[in-house]
Design a protein around this ligand. Structure first.
Ligand code: FES
Length: 81
């Protein structure tokens, strides 16, 4: 049996399995990750810290790679979406 935690993504509570990445929380919330300079929606591409397409703000700290960070209970995540 797996334990779940609650993360807040763009103000919306999202329940995910403990040990999952922040990127998983954003995907579960149905949010996009960010927008390109031309306004296109971007999403996590590589899932291993190379592409930087998954950058989000976490607890007020911008430009965090969501795919490289394990979500913690109560974490506040903001995306461009
Ligand atoms: S998805 Fe590529 S760096 Fe996070």
């Amino acid at each position: 049996m797996s334990t779940c935690i609650c993360v807040i993504v763009n103000g919306k509570p999202v329940e995910i399995v403990a040990g999952a990445s922040v990127a998983a929380a954003v995907a579960r919330a149905g949010s996009q990750f960010r927008r390109s300079r031309s306004g296109e929606a971007r999403a996590a591409l590589c899932g291993m810290g190379v592409c930087f397409e998954c950058r989000v703000e976490i607890d007020g700290v911008p430009q965090q790679q969501a795919c490289m960070l394990i979500a913690r209970a109560g974490m506040q995540v903001r995306t461009d979406g």
